[in-house]
Write a protein that binds this ligand. Structure first.
Ligand SMILES: [Zn+2]
Length: 426
């Protein structure tokens, strides 16, 4: 790795107050998704900050994407700063949306409280701390080496927590995540400051419906109870499917360890009457019961087999169980994703981690998906990883925080990576 421009690390060390203030400002926009609150002011804040640092700003609203309304516009911001000569482009992409705060907070989730070297608040870890870190890294780099080649881009995008359709997917369809505009993408998701996240497991969401026949609840034998049929589905899953999934192990370095097997969550079951009545429900035999499954699969598994295992159980029940009938509907599928370690971004960030921290990076794979899927599948850009300073286990939890010293170290890794990626072979 070439030696960094003089004064780079000193500039980052001198920007700690700015880094903390920037993170706090970002956290104070309550960009809760759903519904997609405060996206526009948050995007404008990022734009104003980066405009002052010499970036050209574009806003792109994800029109006609889920949740986009005039009350809740899906406002994305893309900032680009070209160097003196043409060359590669490095892009840092962060989502600005956060999940709801939930209960059990000691701190006000949107006050951004600094305490004991940490910043507490919803989104500190996932991932406004990472966004702030990338901004400080880029600004310090530009100040230390104003004559750099190529271009640096930073985007703040919406809706990652709900699939990224109005955010990175929308921008990828418009060419923002493809060559020749962009060559290298780093997503500062909270995977820990010394870990390189190469990709994620696959996802299959589906809805299974068991069918029955409505009748008076006092004479259930005249009808056919869809909820009992669903109970039989659950029983088969417990007996046959879950043990089988637990046995499937992957060579992917998924963290946490428990996610190195195949998993399936029963996301919801709804059967019979809705619970919005007052008083008593009327006595009916339910004629429909629906279950949503969230199956996470491994790179060693084929999506056809993944679906086939579930369908085989349903088909077997059809043979074994009188009047059993079902329907199954796909809700979403994402194939597993894995960037090779020798691609420029993972190789460069690995070298930067060695330089800054004096240790080998850990390579990991995320149990769930994130916006990398859109960069790769829609943008056809494979040189993409997640790398950022937050602690993964804190994401979406009460009293979420980020460690300020981790952000500082991570900013140095990012700044070194910018330098190396913009000047390959030097
Ligand atoms: Zn995130």
């Amino acid at each position: 790795m070439r030696s960094p421009p003089g004064g780079l690390f000193e500039r980052i060390d001198g920007s700690i107050d700015d880094l903390v203030a920037l993170t706090c400002d970002l956290v104070r926009f309550p960009t809760v998704n759903p519904p997609g609150e405060a996206y526009t002011p948050c995007a404008e804040y990022i734009a104003n900050r980066l405009r002052r640092s010499g970036f050209d700003i574009r806003f792109e609203r994800g029109t006609d994407t889920p949740g986009d309304t005039d009350r809740y516009p899906r406002t994305n911001v893309i900032a680009r700063r070209a160097g003196r000569r043409p060359g590669p482009t490095v892009h840092f992409n962060s989502h600005i949306d956060v999940v709801e705060a939930g209960e059990d907070w000691t701190f006000d989730p949107f006050a951004a409280t600094v305490s004991d070297g940490r910043i507490y608040g919803r989104g500190t870890c996932d991932m406004k701390g990472g966004l702030a870190t990338s901004i400080i890294a880029a600004e310090a780099y530009i100040a230390a080496n104003p004559g750099y080649d190529g271009a640096i881009e930073i985007s703040g995008t919406v809706d990652e927590e709900s699939g990224g359709f109005g955010g990175v997917a929308y921008l990828a369809h418009k060419g923002y995540f493809s060559k020749p505009r962009v060559d290298h993408v780093i997503i500062p998701e909270p995977l820990n400051k010394d870990r390189i996240c190469l990709g994620h497991r696959g996802v299959w969401w589906a809805e299974i419906e068991t069918k029955g026949e409505i009748a008076h609840g006092s004479m259930p034998f005249l009808g056919d109870c869809a909820v009992r049929h669903m109970g039989a589905v659950l029983e088969r899953f417990e007996r046959e499917l879950f043990p089988k999934l637990a046995e499937k192990r992957t060579a992917m370095p998924v963290v946490p360890e428990g996610a190195r097997s195949s998993t399936m969550n029963i996301n919801a079951i709804h059967g019979g009457q809705t619970d919005d009545y007052s008083g008593l429900p009327s006595p009916n035999v339910p004629d429909s019961c629906r279950m949503v499954i969230d199956r996470r699969f491994l790179i060693e598994e084929d999506i056809g087999e993944v679906k086939g295992e579930v369908v085989a159980i349903l088909e077997a029940l059809k043979k074994d169980r009188p009047r059993f009938d079902y329907a199954i509907r796909d809700l979403m599928e994402v194939l597993p994703m894995l960037t090779e370690r020798d691609q420029p971004v993972p190789a460069t960030v690995a070298q930067a981690i060695r330089s800054v921290m004096g240790k080998e990076p850990e390579y990991v794979v995320s149990p769930g998906t994130y916006d990398q899927k859109h960069v790769t599948r829609i943008g056809h850009l494979h040189d993409c990883i997640a790398y950022g300073p937050g602690i993964l286990d804190l994401a979406h939890r009460p009293d979420e925080f980020i460690v300020i010293a981790d952000m500082v170290e991570s900013a140095k890794v990012m700044a070194l990576s910018i330098d190396a990626l913009l000047h390959p072979g030097t």
